[in-house]
Design a protein around this ligand. Structure first.
Ligand code: SF4
Length: 914
């Protein structure tokens, strides 16, 4: 068995993992105790990594025009068609759309090929959807895209402010670090600013449930309050920043009384003032912000409103202080470093950076090409697809992302992809939605196979190490790019034998004509020239390190701006005058509800990987719509009922979750579901495509939607053996379907028909559409409810329940029956009963999953609480819930609180009765 240190491929925390491989199979995955991001911790997604692997569902052969071909033919086709497109339509007629899932080496090679050698600036990335506003905010304030803080700062702070960040679900290991720090230091305060009461609020000393989009108004108000209350750090400002008066003047254009700010932000005035006082009176403040701030049509301004307050209070460049943007994707930062955004050129140089085009031209030796590098920025993500629609871009290479799911106005994006003359897709999964638009499909290697580096949210570069060979003919992205480059005649510039050679070139470019004096001409903060001398062994052994890494900082750099000098020509930071703007998309009578979107705890992106681990599907199995109880009542909706949202560019079907956590007039949907997992649950279709004017980041937090109940004639649960290959005809017959992989079987949640329709003959339907004969059924003809099971040679092949899914038990027992080669026949009365029930009737139903690590259900937890295990530790000791990754601890605490409140009400009622 080999044990290899590598990095988790999911979120921007960038946890180190130790992966054990024996005889070509990945076994246990555990947290790396030596990795400074996580010190051995992992969340449920990271700890389930081994369950998401396997050749099943992988792309393993290249395809051209739907026909499997060998690599030579596929690469010739890519090079030939790109070349022909440019010859006929010009250099800028080809484009690439990349992903924060790619490794830095893949990103570097793609950026170099497209911008350096194909001469097109149109290379952008899905990281545009995640953190482009944070990049723009940092650049405006500091002169460079530079995150000043590190994770330790969360532990060293006196106050941590979480803005637009559900840290407990989206960056769980950081949340665990914060909780632990709070336990060690009771003086550490946490403020959560978010329109939704999320699990993150479990750690909050103060919660501000702001009106969506009012963040800039709130932080402008804070700036003005600090000034009015003599809490500005005038000394710091005089020495290290400029722009205070302009920023204050802009803030004062609105009424800066506490009452007016509180009214605009829709929060309690006293709580707001408490926050202002806490922020202003502590020096060691970290404000951590994420997609709730960035994914907005005014995201850059929001970022700068936050940064302004840190600069104004001198709360930066110190341990436990600074404005800290946390990225969503594992290598969003690496993409930023190589220049993988369309407005960047390379290595933190923009097109307008003095001398940059000439410098990069000389470094890449592209001067012989005419013309060489593009003269200016390319189209950002949303604009890129507009340019395809206009016919200006005629060839698009998509790597490791699903733009038809994740981009706003996603249905329009799909139409654009369908009409684009050439779509090339590199992906690792055979069920990726994007593949249906691909003329050329290139099977790429995946996490366990890839070798390279990623950079996490604290600027820490870590090695991702290959554990297994790629399946079939899948190949690494950097290799594919270099092979295409070679066929285009650029072989010499792409002659890398190993990703380590790509990394070293990237490191050399970062230090090329980059003086250590950061105010000197041409100086860039991003400098990893200290790693440019790595040989293969050094690269393989590279330990996690934070950039800059250069002659002045050979061991890396924990914090930036400690000397108060910024990466601007005069060394001064800039406060930016921010004039708050509301969301672009107006509500209307037809669309009266404000739409918010985000992630769920156990899933990642479009679920192509996380859905392969059945236990990750149990926490939230179906697409849902979170609705405030008052809105649910107004729209005639019950909990768990199906409903439809109608938005700017499409609709969305999901199951209602009534949630007090939601503000009135606002609904929330998850971002993950796509056509592989549900019929109509792509949230990207609901948003209009408004973008931030500075960063180009699209709005994904403020849509306008209408909400209506669905009234299907029937609902059904169909479970099929995992190896059955019958056509899923039920998808076309349903108005709603959701696909939920289980360990040994596949579950389909279905709804269809009209309310007034006569009940369908389900047994006849099963005979016609399912494998194996119905051998067992129980039917209530009057209500149309049915439970049935089909067998083939004694083996359970399908199980069908027609009726409300609220009647479903936990399905673990039933799923295990699908793994049995043959059940004892004839079936005993007891087994018949259990099969019809769908569970072991002798065991209590555990209810919906709360703890995914140990598969502990809600009903079991509630029973334990009622039995006296009324704290997290006692529950962990009895049921093991919350003892592994800790991601469910906030939910456990909520259940404990709910039960305490419930017990209190019961007691009061009993008292009243007496
Ligand atoms: Fe992976 Fe979880 Fe760590 Fe994020 S917090 S890197 S998903 S283990």
């Amino acid at each position: 068995m080999t044990r290899t240190a590598t990095t988790c491929p999911y979120c921007g925390v960038g946890c180190g993992v130790i992966a054990s491989v024996a005889e070509g199979t990945l076994g246990a995955v555990e947290g790396d105790r030596d990795h400074p991001a996580n010190f051995g911790r992992l969340c449920v997604k990271g700890s389930a990594l081994a369950e998401t692997l396997g050749e099943h569902g992988r792309l393993t052969r290249p395809r051209v025009d739907g026909v499997e071909v060998d690599w030579d033919d596929a690469l010739d086709a890519v090079a030939g068609r790109l070349s022909a497109t440019q010859a006929e339509h010009g250099r800028e007629s080809v484009a690439a759309y990349l992903s924060g899932q790619l490794l830095t080496e893949d990103y570097y090679a793609a950026n170099k090929l497209f911008k350096g050698f194909l001469g097109t600036p149109h290379l952008d990335t899905n990281s545009r959807l995640c953190m482009a506003s944070a990049v723009a905010g940092y650049k405006r304030a500091f002169g460079a895209d530079a995150v000043p803080c590190n994770y330790e700062d969360l532990e060293e702070a006196e106050l941590v402010v979480l803005v637009g960040s559900n840290l407990a679900w989206n960056h769980p290991v950081l949340f665990q670090r914060l909780r632990t720090a709070k336990q060690r230091n009771p003086l550490l305060r946490v403020v959560v600013i978010d329109p939704r009461v999320t699990d993150t609020c479990e750690a909050a000393d103060l919660y501000l449930g702001v009106r969506p989009g009012s963040d800039a108004r709130l932080f402008n108000g804070l700036l003005a309050w600090m000034d009015a209350n003599h809490r500005l750090d005038r000394r710091y400002l005089e020495r290290h920043a400029q722009g205070l008066e302009e920023a204050l003047a802009a803030a004062r254009e609105d009424d800066c009384s506490i009452e007016a700010i509180a009214a605009d932000c829709d929060v309690d005035a006293e709580r707001l003032e408490t926050f202002f006082y806490w922020f202003a009176s502590q020096l060691h403040v970290v404000t951590l912000y994420s997609q709730g701030v960035n994914q907005s049509s005014s995201g850059t301004d929001k970022c700068n409103a936050i940064i302004n307050c840190h600069l104004a209070g001198g709360k930066i460049g110190l341990p436990g202080a600074g404005p800290f943007s946390i990225t969503g994707q594992p290598n969003a930062m690496g993409g930023r470093e190589v220049g993988g955004l369309a407005n960047q050129l390379a290595a933190h140089m923009d097109y307008h950076t003095p001398g940059a085009i000439d410098r990069v031209t000389r470094f890449w030796t592209t001067a012989s090409l005419t013309p060489s590098l593009p003269a200016g920025p390319g189209h950002k993500a949303v604009e890129l697809f507009d340019a395809i629609e206009r016919g200006e871009i005629r060839a698009l290479w998509v790597m490791a992302t699903n733009p038809g799911v994740s981009l706003p106005d996603a249905n329009r994006v799909r139409r654009i992809l369908a009409a684009c003359p050439l779509v090339i897709v590199s992906d690792c999964m055979a069920n990726a939605d994007i593949l249906q638009y691909a003329d050329i499909v290139l099977p790429a290697s995946s996490w366990a196979e890839k070798d390279g580096t990623v950079t996490n949210s604290e600027r820490r570069i870590s090695r991702q190490r290959g554990l297994l060979p790629p399946p079939g003919e899948a190949r690494h992205d950097w290799w594919i790019i270099c092979q295409v480059a070679s066929r285009l005649g650029f072989g010499e510039a792409f002659d890398y034998a190993h990703p380590g050679e790509v990394f070293v070139e990237h490191a050399r470019l970062s230090g090329f004509e980059n003086p250590l004096d950061k105010q000197a001409e041409g100086a860039r903060l991003f400098d990893i020239s200290g790693l440019a001398g790595l040989d293969r062994a050094g690269y393989d052994a590279l330990a996690p390190i934070q950039w800059p890494v250069n002659a002045a900082a050979p061991e890396g750099t924990a914090r930036l701006f400690t000397d108060g000098r910024f990466a601007t020509p005069d060394g001064l930071a800039r406060l930016i005058a921010v004039r708050p703007r509301g969301p672009e998309q107006a509500l209307s009578a037809a669309r009266p509800l404000r739409l918010n979107s985000g992630r769920v705890r156990d899933q990642w992106h479009t679920m192509t990987r996380t859905a392969r681990a059945p236990r990750l599907m149990n926490h939230r199995s179906e697409p849902f719509i979170e609705v405030h109880p008052d809105d649910a009542a107004q729209h005639g909706l019950a909990d768990q009922q199906l409903a439809r949202l109608e938005g700017a560019g499409g609709d969305y079907f999901g199951r209602v979750r009534i949630a007090h956590a939601q503000r009135r007039g606002e609904v929330f949907v998850p971002m993950h579901w796509n056509d592989s997992f549900s019929g109509r649950a792509r949230m990207g279709g609901l948003f209009a495509g408004h973008t931030d004017p500075v960063s180009g980041q699209p709005e994904s937090k403020h849509g306008a939607v209408g909400l209506t109940p669905l009234a299907p004639g029937w609902e059904a649960t169909l479970i099929l053996a995992a190896d059955s290959d019958c056509e899923p005809v039920w998808r076309d017959e349903s108005i709603y379907w959701a696909y939920i992989p289980l360990a040994n079987s596949r579950r389909w949640q279905l709804a269809g028909g009209e309310e007034t329709e006569a009940p369908r003959d389900w047994l006849a339907w099963a005979k016609a559409n399912l494998p194996g004969e119905p051998a067992l059924w129980a039917e209530d003809v009057g209500s149309g409810r049915l439970r049935a099971a089909g067998f083939d040679s004694g083996r359970l092949r399908w199980w069908l329940m027609v009726g409300s899914p609220a009647e479903l038990p936990a399905l673990n027992w039933l799923d295990e029956r699908f793994a049995e080669a043959a059940l004892d026949t004839p079936l005993s009365g007891d087994l018949r009963r259990r099969l019809l029930a769908g569970c072991d009737t002798g065991e209590a139903d555990a209810g919906p999953t709360v703890c995914s690590c140990h598969q502990v259900g809600r009903k079991a937890i509630v029973a334990a609480i009622r039995g006296g295990d009324d704290d997290v530790e006692a529950l962990g000791a009895r049921l093991a819930c919350g003892t592994q990754c800790g991601s469910c601890i906030p939910e456990l605490k909520s259940l404990i609180e709910e039960e305490a409140a419930h017990a209190g009400t019961e007691q009061a009622l009993a008292h009243e009765a007496v």
